[in-house]
Design a protein around this ligand. Structure first.
Ligand code: IVH
Length: 679
């Protein structure tokens, strides 16, 4: 006999399905199937059921998706400059590290750095382009590279001028900022949306701008994309000018002259946070000097010149029902507390990380304990402390397993630099031989910065893994679509979309391909280095040939940015037969393109450069970026392929200079290198 819970689930899923169908007809097909009243009632019913029955969250809460399904109707437009995201800092140490890294990159420890401190609004970012003062383009962030054309909707926002007032208006001005809904206004519509951020996002993506106009949205400008002619020297100057031009910059923006001032402003804003009429989750700290910003540039996803300094998190007390062990992509065993579901800062939490074995021992965390958990921004909630007074007498210490769930004995590595034993227990790097690592590797493989296959996210990998549809990467390009079509939640249309998405992703740049292999210690930056080194996949897979591997690794060792950990990991990965079979069977389905599009008209175009010795004015990383920006290529070793060897003033390697002399390579001292690039 079906239980009451079964009935609730069945009913709930039925309603969600109906709502999905209404969404489709409303947002995509332009023809609402039900009246607004009926639609709203259904939405309300679902939200209430979710609120009353927390177990439903296992079925994927709809609160995050209703009302905001992006319409396929918006045109996609490439941003003039990518809209990046920010790295996070959680405490004062992280901020000191941020400043230290900047000094290192600029090769100067005595710089007087000033910082623009801006409240970080938890809204939706948008870009507005003005030509000769008139608003002509309005884009959502999209994936950061390509946004959606939501100009009509943005135009309904009062704080977005259609024409700019005032003086000195650049011919092209692209401002970027955050669209948000005030807390008071959100109160009026809160039964329809999970939080103010979702309300703003949903409203912005309405197909009908009249619907957007009904929801009172606001806009704070925080930055810019393309500006021509460029008239600013400081971020703070830009923010000042913005108000004169009729936009709104946040009134709590602040110019800090040093790190100490960052701290006091952070504390000040955290105190007034709850009195503001909009949600903020931290401060954005930016280097104020725009020339320095340009020199610092970006890593793959975020600028080096800015960081989000998050406010401390929200806490709650709950009970640990179980402790389970999760195996990550690199074999790390992470203990996770399954807790009694509890709302922390507006989000229902039922899992909290316990980090590692040592953390459990140190805090003596046990199953059945009452604990304080905290959530900061979008990071995984964690267990902060245990309330021992509530512990039952018969409670037992948690014994951390010494075996991976795959059955293999785990290890704790010794850090080659510190010689200390690592806190993390790992299933030794067995790649696809461990079924738990394999599944995580597949999730990495399809992720946003790797193959980025739309419709094939983590949950689908879990589902297809259980059904044995995907066990290794090549299976993704050889799916049994007939079987998928008959699965619950799949249909003709979603299968067709999946086919299109996998097909599209089978053309991939070499650096993304390398990154997607999920080799330990090879992140996006290192994947780029390797892709520049190998140029083609045919060259890359020579690493599989044992007679060539040693030599190749020797050359890779000389690449700036590659260290012992990377080399070791590459060696292990490419010596493994299973990895070889997996990669070789995969590349048959792919068209792998060489990644680097070099600047053909740069001062160094077609030239290969190598550095030896430290440079006085700039760091090695900046020098490398400069070479690439000017169309040149960095080489890691001296051969006849090298054009220029730049000899830095500080401790150049004698043997490299001698070898270069022998091969007849042009050798230039540091001063001439600056002259060459006019810096
Ligand atoms: S600067 C490249 N400044 O935070 C710099 N972002 O995590 C990136 N945000 O997508 C943006 N207030 O939506 C910047 N004062 C501020 C901001 C801000 C809110 C949001 C923005 C961005 C996200 C980055």
């Amino acid at each position: 006999m079906p239980s009451k819970e079964d009935d609730i689930i069945k009913n709930y899923l039925n309603n969600v399905k109906q709502l999905d169908e209404h969404n489709k007809s409303y947002y995509d097909k332009d023809s609402p199937a039900v009246s607004d009243q009926e639609y709203d009632d259904l939405k309300k019913k679902i939200l209430e059921t979710e609120k009353n029955h927390l177990f439903l969250k296992n079925y994927g809460s709809i609160t995050n998706k209703i009302g905001f399904k992006p319409s396929s109707k918006f045109n996609k437009i490439k941003h003039a400059k990518p809209m990046l995201s920010l790295a996070n800092a959680f405490d004062n140490n992280d901020i000191n590290d941020f400043a230290k890294k900047i000094n290192n990159y600029l090769n100067n420890t005595n710089l007087d750095l000033a910082f623009s401190l801006e409240p970080k609004i938890d809204g939706i970012s948008a870009s507005l382009t003005y030509k000769d003062g008139t608003l002509v383009r309005g884009l959502s962030r999209g994936d950061g590279e390509i946004g959606e054309d939501i100009l009509d909707n943005l135009k309904t926002i009062n704080q977005i001028p259609h024409r700019i007032k005032g003086k000195d208006i650049p011919k092209t001005l692209e401002v970027r900022g955050e669209v948000y809904i005030g807390k008071k206004n959100f109160e009026k519509i809160k039964d329809k949306f999970a939080n103010p951020r979702n309300a703003a996002g949903g409203s912005l993506r309405q197909k009908n701008s009249l619907v957007t106009a009904k929801i009172p949205l606001n806009f704070f400008v925080y930055g810019f994309g393309k500006i021509e002619p460029f008239i600013f020297k400081k971020q703070s100057d830009f923010l000042k000018k913005i108000n004169e031009w009729g936009f709104k910059a946040n009134p709590h923006n602040f110019l800090a002259k040093n790190l100490k001032e960052i701290d006091s402003q952070y504390n000040k804003i955290e105190k007034i946070r709850s009195n503001l009429d909009y949600d903020i989750d931290g401060l954005v700290i930016k280097i104020d000097d725009l020339l320095l910003q340009a020199r610092l540039g970006n890593t793959s996803n975020s600028p080096r010149w800015a960081i989000a300094y998050k406010f401390s998190s929200v806490k709650a007390i709950t009970k640990i029902n179980d402790i389970v062990i999760q195996v990550g992509r690199t074999g790390a065993l992470t203990p996770v507390a399954k807790v009694e579901p509890v709302t922390v800062g507006g989000v229902v939490v039922s899992n909290a990380t316990l980090h590692n074995e040592e953390e459990i021992i140190r805090k003596d965390i046990r199953i059945g304990d009452f604990v304080t958990i905290q959530r900061a921004g979008d990071v995984i909630p964690q267990v902060v402390s245990v309330d021992i007074s509530k512990r039952r007498k018969q409670s037992k210490k948690f014994v951390f397993p010494t075996k991976c769930p795959c059955g293999f004995a785990t290890i704790k590595e010794i850090n080659p630099t510190t010689k200390k034993v690592d806190a993390i227990r790992r299933c030794p790097d067995r790649g696809y031989e461990c079924q738990f690592i394999a599944k995580e590797k597949l999730k990495h493989f399809v992720s946003k910065d790797a193959f980025n296959i739309e419709g094939l996210g983590k949950k689908v990998i879990d589902q297809f893994w259980e059904l044995k549809l995907i066990k290794k990467p090549s299976d993704i390009f050889n799916l049994d679509y007939k079987k998928i079509e008959n699965l619950e939640g799949w249909g003709e249309l979603s299968v067709k979309n999946l086919k299109i998405a996998t097909n599209k992703s089978s053309q991939i740049l070499l650096d993304r391909f390398i990154y997607s292999l999920g080799i330990r210690h090879i992140g996006q930056e290192n994947a780029k280095l390797l892709s520049n080194f190998f140029v083609s996949v045919t060259e890359l897979i020579k690493l599989f040939i044992s007679s060539k591997r040693e030599n190749l690794l020797k050359n890779i060792a000389e690449l700036d940015g590659i260290g012992f950990a990377q080399l070791n990991s590459l060696k292990e990965f490419f010596s493994n037969k299973m990895n070889r079979d997996i990669v070789l069977s995969l590349i048959k389905y792919l068209k792998i393109k060489n990644s680097k599009v070099l600047n053909k008209n740069g001062k160094l175009s077609g030239k290969t450069i190598m550095f030896t010795g430290g440079l006085e004015k700039i760091s090695r990383s900046e020098a490398k970026s400069l070479v690439e920006d000017n169309g040149g290529k960095i080489l890691g070793n001296i051969s006849s392929k090298l054009n220029i060897l730049v000899v830095g003033d500080s401790k150049p390697t004698k043997s490299k200079i001698e070898k270069a002399e022998k091969v007849g390579i042009k050798i230039i001292p540091e001063v001439d290198w600056y002259k060459l690039l006019d810096i």
